[in-house]
Design a protein around this ligand. Structure first.
Ligand code: NAD
Length: 438
């Protein structure tokens, strides 16, 4: 089937490439001409494990195309996926300008039945707005489908190729049938397509992300309580995670959630609630807890350095908002670094994949290191902000030889406390003041 994907970022590029992998003819469109030139030249523009190989295969076998021209991109397409940004607007609501502008343009261009599928995360009621925007100038019949995307950066290809579920919000039987035929190759293990109305589909995405963010903030509060009560959050995590009503995942305490989705989606759901005069108490607290948790280690560091971070040289491991991505949008590391800089510290940092993006954001303000050990040279302490596996079993002897002081502020609880004490480190972490593992 001929498919167009509008927006070729993290979601659009993965969606387009994976749909080409199952035999569709896919054209990805983006207004960023530089991005399109790179993609056409076979250069992948994001880091996403496994994407490179299928991207190159489908490009070579001429099932995957890129253009910055919307009219050319959607010509002959039976389905148009929208994978456009929906960042928070000034009031915190999702900004729909990209989605609605493209929808209007599509309306002017279509001349036969087409399905417009919204993959962007959008507030309840957006399907109707998209329909109205297209209708303004459409000369033909069309359907609008809400198909929220649940892929996770870092495992996006796996998530797209083998999704837990596909949610399709539509009231059109014709559109539902076509959507089913597109997705069946991805559901061979029997995971479901869940059909529902558009509004419920839109809300499902916000509910999923908000629930996960709630789990994170809940565990971070348990961790804070552990520190005050002399308990160990790792023990508590194992103790509750074995209850299958709770589950083992998303129970790790740390320095809070970040990324391009959770912060904006939790905020947007609160705003949606406000609009209908519903006070979503839990979610407001989830945001408050996360904001405090994000920079919690700085307070610990201030206390350790007698209230003064001015002139301290700080090594930083991990800049991406999570491992296996180069995405630094709303990354706790970036907020922490800006705060540390404002208090007069100097930063030397390393991340396995995010250095290019960090250079754009903080270039000139911090020292960008070639490897994790360079970040330790003559440093007064090490901060760990992202749980990249490569940081889990470092060469501790080498670390000691490079650091000025053996001090670690670990926002991701990477190490066994006893092991670090044996090496003589002063080791701060989240919720494990009591280091007993039994
Ligand atoms: P992104 O910023 O990586 O990509 C968006 C792309 O759209 C950019 O390349 C941008 O240049 C392009 N664009 C902007 N205006 C355009 C226009 N008028 N025409 C064509 N292209 C245009 O964003 P993303 O992370 O892929 O997220 C897209 C949507 O998917 C958001 O609503 C997001 O909330 C949602 N989502 C994201 C994830 C994720 O993990 N990133 C997961 C699920 C859902």
């Amino acid at each position: 089937m001929k498919i167009a994907v509008i927006g070729s970022g993290y979601v659009g590029l993965v969606t387009g490439t994976c749909l080409a992998e199952t035999g569709n003819n896919v054209t990805c469109v983006d207004i960023d001409i530089n991005k399109i030139e790179k993609l056409n030249a076979g250069i992948i523009t994001i880091y996403e494990p496994g994407l490179d190989v299928i991207f190159k295969r489908n490009l070579k076998q001429e099932r995957l195309f890129f253009t910055s021209n919307l009219a050319a991109g959607i010509k002959g397409a039976k389905i148009i996926f929208l994978a456009l940004p929906t960042p928070p607007g000034e009031d915190g609501n999702a900004d729909l300008q990209y989605v609605l502008k493209v929808s209007e343009e599509i309306g002017k261009l279509i001349d036969e039945y087409i399905i417009i599928v919204n993959k962007s995360t959008v507030p309840v009621g957006t399907s109707e707005k998209v329909r109205k925007a297209v209708e303004k100038s459409a000369k033909t019949d069309f359907d609008v489908v809400s198909n929220p995307e649940f892929l996770r950066e870092g495992v996006a290809v796996e998530d797209f190729m083998k999704p837990d579920r596909i949610v399709i919000g539509s009231s059109s039987d014709k559109a539902k049938k076509i959507m089913e035929s597109i997705y069946l190759p991805f559901l061979r293990q029997g995971n479901p397509i869940i059909f529902m109305d558009e509004r419920s589909a839109e809300l499902t995405k916000y509910a999923a992300n908000s629930f996960l963010a709630t789990k994170i903030s809940f565990m971070n509060e348990i961790a804070n309580l552990c520190d005050l009560l002399g308990a160990n959050v790792d023990n508590v995590r194992k103790g509750i995670g074995t209850d299958d009503r709770i589950g083992k995942r998303f129970l790790f305490a740390g320095i809070g959630y970040g990324g391009s989705c959770f912060p904006k989606d939790v905020l947007a759901l609160c705003k949606t609630s406000d609009e209908v005069k519903y006070d979503f108490k839990i979610l407001n607290s989830v945001m408050e807890v996360n904001a405090l948790q994000k920079t919690k280690l700085i307070e610990t560091a201030r206390q350790y350095f007698d209230g003064n971070l001015n002139g301290k040289v700080l090594g930083v491991w991990g800049l991406a908002f999570k491992p296996y991505t180069d995405d630094i949008r709303e990354a706790p590391a970036i907020e922490n670094i800006r705060k540390l800089l404002s208090e007069g510290a100097s930063i030397q940092a390393f991340d396995p994949e995010a250095m290019e993006n960090v250079e754009k954001e903080l270039g000139g303000l911090i020292k960008l290191c070639d490897n994790q050990y360079q970040a330790l040279e003559n440093a007064d302490a090490l901060f760990i902000f992202t749980e990249w596996p490569v940081f889990r079993t470092p060469d501790f002897e080498k670390m000691i030889s490079l650091l000025k002081s053996k001090v670690i502020f670990d926002g991701r609880n990477l190490y066994e406390i006893d092991d670090l004490h044996k090496f003589g480190f002063t080791y701060f972490n989240i919720g494990r003041t009591n280091n007993s593992s039994r």
